[in-house]
Design a protein around this ligand. Structure first.
Ligand code: SAH
Length: 346
């Protein structure tokens, strides 16, 4: 076994040649021994970044209201699967379950399933959700057959993506070389949508087949079991050009090929590509600020502010909903199968 992630990557590149950005990201984040997510709890002040559920309980409560509403529209099934993909510390799920506690029949009906690869975070999720029996999965394949509600916050951005650069001579794929620099290799044009084929020299196009397949697989599960899904992530509603590869290390942007295995690597999610992949009903994407307001976050904030430190509540509300913060960059997309359910917030 190599002694470090750098050694592992160097050996791999020496044997197989420069690797595409997606392979690099996938190893850096999820190598069983050295991968970023596999060995730490990356959230909060002592970690590298803070997500919406970690900003305030109000976020998860609004998602809880959304889940209760779709569950009732589904006919309040006596048993259903609530699946969260990439649950981090389990905070969002805990807030959903607390917010829905008073909804008649919901708690008896819910069967909590979590899709997670990190052993450290699986353990953390079990601790956070200790009032519930949770079932962990590493793939969607063994999710049971039952009516289904899926939620995922900042999950898709963690799945690998690839980058293509326009040169004078045509498109080339960006690869990572043995000395951890970017290189290029010839690319097959079919990765580039028609509208971008003749982009200017120097432009970057990003494609994320792993995200597209994931959304396709979720659509299939929904078609098979009936149900709805909610994806929340930062990204753009329309496909575009540009380099959005980013590394976050200790709450600061870092070079994407630095701190390998110790920095979170992501890119913006192309919701248009995902919309095209889902061949069931798609809602949105809408901006997170608008979605949360539609779900009643401002009223919830007023109530909370009267019970706790109002400045903290109002700051959190602003952080989650204001366009200058998470309100516009983050988008919300819904999926549903059949006409029986119209998810709210869109
Ligand atoms: N939803 C959480 C955490 C987001 S970070 C929040 O909002 O706070 C991304 C999460 O996805 C982590 O829990 C990470 O371990 C998990 N993850 C990353 N890649 C994954 C994969 N391929 N399969 C399952 N889980 C994955």
């Amino acid at each position: 076994m190599p002694s470090s992630i750098e050694k592992y990557l160097k050996d791999h590149i020496a044997a197989h040649g420069p690797m595409d950005v997606g392979q690099f990201m996938s190893i850096a984040l999820s190598h069983p021994e050295f991968g970023y997510y596999m060995k730490r709890d990356p959230f909060g002040r002592g970690g590298d970044f803070t997500t919406a559920p970690e900003v305030s309980q109000m976020f998860g409560e609004m998602i809880g209201v959304w889940c209760a509403d779709v569950w009732m529209q589904m006919g309040s099934p006596k048993k259903f699967t609530l699946l969260e993909c990439g649950p981090g510390r389990g905070t969002l799920m805990a807030d959903i379950l607390r917010a829905t506690n008073g909804v008649d029949g919901f708690r008896d009906a819910v069967d909590v399933h979590l899709l997670e690869i990190s052993p450290v975070l699986k353990q953390k999720q079990i601790e956070t959700l200790d009032d519930f029996e949770v079932t962990h999965h590493e793939t969607l394949e063994d999710v049971p057959n039952a009516p289904l509600i899926v939620v995922a916050n900042e999950f898709l951005d963690a799945l690998p993506f690839r980058q293509f650069a326009k040169l004078k001579s045509g498109w080339a794929e960006r690869v990572v070389t043995e000395d951890f620099k970017f290189g290029l290799k010839p690319a097959i044009n079919s990765f580039i949508p028609k509208e971008f084929q003749s982009a200017k020299e120097g432009e970057i196009f990003e494609s994320a087949p792993a995200r597209v397949s994931f959304v396709k697989n979720v659509s299939e599960l929904l078609r098979k079991n009936t149900g709805v899904a909610l994806f929340i992530d930062y990204g753009h509603a329309k496909s575009g050009l540009g380099d959005t590869f980013q590394a976050i290390h200790k709450h600061k942007y870092a070079g994407v090929l630095e701190h390998i295995g110790d920095a979170d690597l992501t890119s913006h999610v192309d919701f248009e590509a995902l919309k095209q992949a889902a061949d069931i009903n798609v809602y949105g994407p809408v901006e997170q600020g608008a979605f949360l307001k539609d779900m009643g976050i401002e009223i919830r904030a007023q109530i909370l502010a009267s019970k706790t430190e109002p400045t903290d509540v109002l700051n959190a509300l602003k952080r989650l909903t204001d366009s200058s913060q998470m309100g516009s960059l983050f988008k919300v997309m819904g999926l549903s199968h059949g006409d029986a359910v119209t998810p709210s917030g869109f």
